[in-house]
Design a binder for this molecule. Structure first.
Ligand SMILES: [Zn+2]
Length: 331
């Protein structure tokens, strides 16, 4: 659908966010408004083609939904776990969240749609969404950390995502805060995500529950879903449970040490923290920010804005769609 000047009317962008359990997807317009969204299980049994088939079906569903309502898809954006070469659209390194999803081309299988296709790491997509439409919009230099099972992160420098020379950079969760800490899957020891991700908070809470059987932590079902167990930990702290309060103060200190190092290294305009742990307890994140401010260089601390994320768990596909939109402007 084009008007007399040749400009496409009602442009929309199709965003996909491949997760360990679900592919989240949505149709996003130029303002970042989500016009349609859904999710479907991530099924990889039988190999990568199974998931490619799912993505194909999902893109077709979004395209049909858009066209039937007078919108014209302009581009596709795909966020995926793992190391991604955004130039070739290939997954070159496997993520522990999605074993077997590697050496997969994510552009060629969808060439038949005839649209520009942007491909990037899922954490980068979430960061780009907050930068474009969310908590960091209006800035040029932004860092976004997502506290989930691990710590996802993205770095935007002068309006562009930073990938590193081998596309494995921007892993702020793997900054070490303890040289004698536990071994991390990345090869280092004492990484920030081992202390301050949502997964780490739950592991530490479960250990404390064993030590303090009379603590409210001992009543939490740590085998339940991550967000519900996490809500239990924050609720125990709000009720003044001493073990829970001490745990969250320790985690806040650990996270603040990491964030302060990151701020001192990058001097961003905005640092955004999101994810399950941030969504569940705004007061916890506010406390982390206060502790961080005390630890940063005195000349940068008042200038860097520390803010909670705005877009929640839709950030992945919204950011993928935004990167797709970029691909139409800078093919
Ligand atoms: Zn690590």
């Amino acid at each position: 659908m084009t008007n007399s000047s040749g400009q496409t009317r009602n442009p929309v962008y199709l965003g996909l966010d491949i997760g360990g359990s679900f592919v989240k997807y949505g149709v996003v317009n130029s303002d970042g408004t989500v016009l349609f969204s859904s999710r479907t299980p991530t099924l990889l049994d039988g190999g990568p083609q199974r998931l490619i088939d799912t993505l194909h079906r999902v893109i077709l569903e979004m395209a049909e939904h858009s066209v039937s309502r007078g919108f014209r898809p302009q581009a596709i954006g795909i966020g995926s776990p793992g190391t991604i070469n955004p130039c070739s659209g290939k997954i070159t390194g496997e993520s522990p969240n999605l074993p077997g999803w590697v050496n997969v081309e994510l552009r060629t299988p969808f060439a038949e749609f005839g649209l520009p296709i942007a491909v990037d790491n899922d954490a980068n997509c979430s960061a780009y969404a907050e930068y474009t439409y969310g908590a960091a919009s209006g800035s040029r230099h932004a860092l976004v950390l997502t506290l989930g099972t691990g710590i996802g992160s993205g770095i935007i420098i002068d309006g562009r995502l930073f990938h590193g020379a081998h596309y494995t950079g921007a892993e702020l969760g793997h900054i070490s805060i303890n040289s004698r800490g536990p071994s991390c899957g990345c090869g280092n020891r004492g990484c920030l995500e081992l202390y301050a991700s949502a997964g780490a908070i739950l592991r530490r809470a479960a250990r404390l529950a064993d030590f303090y059987p009379h603590s409210a932590l001992a009543h939490i079902d740590f085998s339940a879903r991550e967000d519900s167990s996490l809500a239990g930990v924050f609720s125990a702290a709000r009720d003044g449970d001493p073990a829970a309060v001490e745990l969250l103060e320790t985690v806040a200190d650990d996270l603040a040490v990491g964030l302060a190092s990151i701020i001192n290294a990058f001097d961003p305009e905005v640092l955004v923290v999101g994810g399950g742990a941030a969504d569940a307890a705004p007061e916890f994140i506010a406390d982390v920010f206060r502790r961080t401010k005390r630890l940063t260089f005195k000349n940068s601390a008042p200038k860097t804005k520390l803010v909670p994320a705005k877009l929640g768990n839709r950030a992945g596909f919204i950011g993928a769609a935004a990167l797709g939109r970029n691909a139409t402007e800078h093919p």
